[in-house]
Write a protein that binds this ligand. Structure first.
Ligand SMILES: [Zn+2]
Length: 97
């Protein structure tokens, strides 16, 4: 058992790209109590906003108290840095492909 994986990123059923956090084994309900669907998105990108205008449930984030959530994307600045990195990597692949 990987104790780091006690939470997963889940997606609200009501809105597109609105993410919650669920306990492992209770993937169909966010920590905030809303109905959700499980995803395979790593929690470390929590808070990242790309062109899909992803949104995140702040209530779940507060309830999780989980240090590995959003480690890479705690602010808009970091989110942009990730987006730039991803775009650069894609450009890299195209250039060498
Ligand atoms: Zn929530």
């Amino acid at each position: 058992m990987d104790k780091l994986k006690k939470h997963i990123m889940s997606e609200g059923i009501g809105g597109m790209f609105y993410y919650h956090i669920s306990r492992v084994g209770e993937e169909h309900r966010g920590l905030c109590g809303k109905q959700t669907m499980p995803t395979h998105i790593p929690l470390s990108i929590w808070g990242y906003r790309g062109h899909l205008n992803e949104r995140y449930c702040q209530e779940c984030r507060l309830l999780a108290h989980d240090d590995h959530i959003g480690a890479l994307a705690v602010s808009g600045t970091t989110g942009r840095a990730i987006a730039i990195k991803a775009a650069t990597e894609q450009a890299d692949k195209k250039g060498r492909g």
